[in-house]
Ligand binder design. Structure first.
Ligand SMILES: Nc1ncnc2c1ncn2[C@@H]1O[C@H](COP(=O)(O)OP(=O)(O)OP(=O)(O)O)[C@@H](O)[C@H]1O
Ligand SMILES: [Mg+2]
Length: 269
């Protein structure tokens, strides 16, 4: 059997913030041309993990590789070059409010001095068409809906023709139809460009739809490694509750709603 080399490798990655351990020995090999989805509860460290992949955060312990490069040990100058091969769709979109849609999408191309002005304009036009927003080139982010902003951010993430695209919560906050259009875009990009995708989400419908492989981060470690179909066979209670969106009895008890009434906060009849 031919062994495929991982394109991204996390090796025993540990990260603690203010004595709160967030990543506690994460091992993950991301295979090329596949979509790997990381699921997990809010605050479990999914965005922190993605930031390690592009070297925006350094592990306290362990190593992060992109191909042959040890991301976690590269000097900033080389890191910037390697980063240009990785597209990052930030959780909040992270568009520049003072720039138009076209300027936002062109920004990485200008930063890395890719092509002539005309070629950059052309590239921008192509990626905006791909995400269905070609008509909005001259709008500013504040004039766009949440879904449109996500698509602009996606166009910017793919403008450089990256080998890998990291998606941080690409569908969160969108209506189900818009969310599904983003899912379709992720699939389309992966098929059209042959890119490798690493998607972070707690949207299970999205995870099942776009993922070739699904891993779950819980208490700083990856506790599940399966396929969308494989999710149906999982019997672990923590994982099942997450997949089906059911809080545990202990978590429900923490709501302490009876205290509202005890403190005179019940609504007036
Ligand atoms: N730069 C930072 N400094 C200190 N603490 C941080 C930093 N970044 C993240 N954290 C903490 O790390 C934990 C994990 O954060 P992270 O943003 O990775 O969660 P997440 O899994 O992406 O959650 P969500 O699904 O809500 O986006 C949180 O407790 C957060 O407060
Ligand atoms: Mg996050």
């Amino acid at each position: 059997m031919v062994q495929t080399e991982p394109i991204i490798r996390l090796q025993n990655v540990h990260k603690t913030f203010n004595s709160h351990p967030v990543l506690r020995g994460v091992n993950l090999d991301v295979l090329p041309h596949k979509t790997t989805v990381i699921i997990g509860r809010s605050g479990c460290g999914k965005s922190v993990l993605l930031r390690h992949v592009v070297g925006l955060l350094k592990p306290d312990r362990g190593k992060v590789y992109f191909r042959k490069y040890e991301i976690s040990a590269l000097p900033e100058r080389i890191l910037a070059r390697v980063r240009s091969r990785i597209g990052f769709l930030f959780q909040g979109g992270a568009l520049f409010d003072s720039m138009t849609v076209r300027q936002n999408v062109c920004f990485p191309l200008e930063e890395h001095a890719i092509g002539t002005r005309a070629e950059r304009k052309n590239r921008c036009h192509t990626v905006l068409s791909l995400v269905g927003l070609d008509g909005l080139q001259n709008q500013y982010p504040e004039e766009l809906s949440g879904g449109q902003k996500k698509r602009v951010a996606l166009a910017r993430a793919i403008a450089m023709g990256p080998e890998v695209i990291l998606y941080d919560e690409p569908t969160t906050g969108l209506d189900p139809i818009r969310a599904d259009l983003i899912n379709e875009l992720i699939i389309k990009l992966q098929r059209a460009l042959g890119t490798t995708a690493l998607v972070v989400t707690h949207d299970m419908a999205s995870a099942r739809k776009v993922g070739d492989r699904i891993v779950m981060l819980d208490e700083g470690q990856l506790i599940v490694d399966t396929t969308p179909e494989g999710l149906n066979d999982i019997r672990d209670e923590t994982v099942m509750r997450f997949i089906h969106g059911q809080a545990s009895a202990a978590e429900l008890a923490e709501l302490q709603t009876e205290q509202l009434a005890a403190n005179g906060m019940e609504p007036n009849a």
